[in-house]
Ligand binder design. Structure first.
Ligand SMILES: *Cc1c(COP(=O)(O)O)cnc(C)c1O
Length: 434
C-alpha cells in the first residue's frame, strides 16, 4: 500500500454509511468513525462520562446553545459542540444513530426509561384540548399514564379496539391528534394492522383535518422483527430495558421518528429531563445492539417450540403466539413481522391461559424451577414468566382488565437463551401443579 493510501485508510473508514453490509454487521460496528466523537484507535467505543464540557471559547459556547435542537443550524453534525449531558452526549448519541438506522428512521432520541420515551413522543404531539385514540390493551404503566394523568392535562383519551375494522374511524374526531398502540400488545399479543391504521388516519385527513399521527410501541417486536416506520407509523417508541438492552442490567427508552420532530423532541427531553444516562447507554449500545439479531433468532426459535408444546398441553386453554398457524391474526403477523432478510419473525413473547390455578404454576416456578424465573420485565437472556392481572397490569381495574382481554389464568412468558429442553421440562413440571 502506498504511503498516501495508508494515511487515507487511517482517517477514512470503509463503512461510514453502511453501504452493502447487512444490519447484523452494522449493529456490531455502528458508525465507528462518527464525527460525534473521535475514537479512531479504540476497538470498543469508550464510556464517556462528563456532566459538562469545556466550551473552548465564549463564541463556541454561544454557538453551541444557539444551534442546539435548531434544525438547519447544525454545526453539530460536522463537529459537535457538547455542552451538558442532558442536551447531548457522545455515547448516547452513537446509540441513537444506530437505533435510528435499525428502525429505518431518520432521528432517534434516547430517554431514561421506556415510560419517559412514551411521555416524550406524546408530549410533543399533544396539548390541552386534544384527543388521543388508544388500543384497549396496553402495558400497565402506559394505560395508567393515559387513564390517570392525561385527563388532568386536559387531553381526552378514547379507548378503542383497533383490531376491529372501522373502530378507529369511529373513534376519531376533528380533535384527534394521535393514535397509540402496541403491536404485539402487552401482554395478549394482539396485533394491530399498521397499514390499516395509516389508511384510516389518511381518510380522516381528507375530511379537512390534520392527519392524526401514529405512535407505536415496538418493544415486543424490536426492530429485528418489525419496522413500523416502513409500514406507515410516524413515531416508534421503545423500552430499551427489554430486548434492545437484552441483558436486564439497565433501563432506557427511545423515540425513533422523522427529522421534522427532532427539534421538538430534543427540547422536550432537555426541559422535562428524562434523558438516558451515558453509563446505561454504553452497555445497551456495546452489548445489547450487536447481539440483538442472534438473541432474537434463538429466543424466537424457543418461543416457537414452547408455543407448540403449550398448544398441545391438556392444562392449557389457549396460546397466543403470532408464529402459530392457529393464531387468529396469523396472516397479518406474516405480513408485518419480518426480519431484515424478509423471513417471518414472530418474536420471543407469548401469552397463554391455563385451566386451574395459575398461581400454583407460578409458585412452582418460583420455588423449584431453574431455567424459568418468576419475574416481570422481558426480553432478557433469562426466561421470565409473570401474571399480568396481578403484576404488570395490576394498575388496571378489574373491569378494565376484562375489557383489555386479560384473564386471571393468563400468563406472560418471555423466552430467554437457556436450552429449550430445559425450559420445556420446567414448564412441564410447573403445569403439573396447575
Ligand atoms: C416495559 C415496557 C414499557 C416501559 O418501559 P420501562 O423501560 O420499564 O419504562 C413500555 N412498553 C412496553 C410494551 C413495555 O413492555
Amino acid at each position: 500500500m502506498k504511503r498516501a493510501n495508508r494515511k487515507a485508510a487511517a482517517t477514512k473508514p470503509a463503512a461510514a454509511h453502511r453501504p452493502a453490509y447487512g444490519m447484523e454487521t452494522f449493529l456490531v460496528h455502528g458508525r465507528h468513525h462518527t464525527k460525534k466523537w473521535d475514537y479512531t484507535h479504540h476497538l470498543v467505543p469508550p464510556i464517556s462520562s462528563s456532566a459538562a464540557y469545556r466550551l473552548g471559547s465564549a463564541e463556541r459556547g454561544a454557538l453551541g446553545f444557539e444551534s442546539f435542537a435548531h434544525e438547519g443550524l447544525e454545526p453539530s453534525k460536522a463537529s459537535p459542540i457538547y455542552i451538558y449531558d442532558r442536551l447531548d452526549e457522545p455515547v448516547r448519541g452513537m446509540l441513537e444513530e444506530s437505533l435510528a438506522e435499525a428502525e429505518r428512521g431518520e432521528f432517534c432520541a434516547a430517554f431514561a426509561t421506556g415510560m419517559a420515551a412514551v411521555s416524550g413522543a406524546l408530549g410533543v404531539l399533544l396539548q390541552v384540548g386534544d384527543e388521543i385514540v388508544c388500543h384497549r390493551t396496553l402495558y400497565g404503566c402506559s394505560w395508567s399514564l393515559f387513564r390517570n394523568w392525561y385527563p388532568r392535562l386536559g387531553i381526552k383519551v378514547v379507548i378503542a379496539d383497533l383490531t376491529k375494522p372501522g373502530a378507529l374511524a369511529k373513534a376519531m374526531t376533528p380533535k384527534t391528534r394521535a393514535v397509540y398502540f402496541e403491536s404485539p400488545a402487552n401482554p395478549t399479543m394482539e396485533l394491530i394492522d399498521i397499514g390499516a391504521v395509516r389508511a384510516a388516519c389518511e381518510a380522516a385527513a381528507r375530511k379537512g383535518r390534520p392527519r392524526p399521527q401514529i405512535v407505536i410501541d415496538n418493544t415486543f417486536a424490536t426492530p429485528f422483527c418489525q419496522r413500523p416506520l416502513t409500514l406507515g407509523a410516524d413515531m416508534v417508541v421503545h423500552s430499551l430495558t427489554k430486548n434492545l438492552g437484552g441483558f436486564g442490567t439497565d433501563m432506557g427508552g427511545a423515540v425513533v421518528t422523522r427529522k421534522e420532530y427532532s427539534s421538538q423532541i430534543l427540547l422536550y427531553r432537555k426541559d422535562f429531563g428524562g434523558v438516558l444516562a451515558p453509563k446505561s447507554a454504553w452497555p445497551i449500545f456495546v452489548y445489547g445492539f450487536p447481539t440483538l439479531p442472534l438473541r432474537m433468532k434463538q429466543q424466537q426459535e424457543s418461543a416457537r417450540r414452547v408455543a407448540d408444546f403449550l398448544e398441545r398441553h391438556p392444562k392449557v386453554r389457549r396460546v397466543a403466539y403470532p408464529g402459530l398457524p392457529s393464531f387468529p391474526q396469523y396472516e397479518l403477523a406474516r405480513q408485518q413481522m419480518t426480519d431484515y432478510s424478509g423471513a417471518f419473525a414472530p418474536g420471543s413473547m407469548l401469552y397463554f391461559t391455563v385451566k386451574g390455578d395459575a398461581n400454583h404454576i407460578l409458585n412452582y416456578v418460583a420455588r423449584q424451577a431453574y431455567a424459568v424465573t418468576l419475574a416481570v420485565s422481558l426480553g432478557q437472556t433469562r426466561t421470565l414468566i409473570e401474571s399480568p392481572t396481578q403484576m404488570t397490569h395490576a394498575t388496571l381495574s378489574h373491569e378494565d382488565q376484562g375489557s383489555c382481554g386479560l384473564e386471571g389464568e393468563g400468563l406472560r412468558l418471555s423466552l430467554g437463551l437457556e436450552s429449550v429442553n430445559d425450559i420445556l421440562s420446567d414448564l412441564e413440571r410447573a403445569l403439573a401443579h396447575a
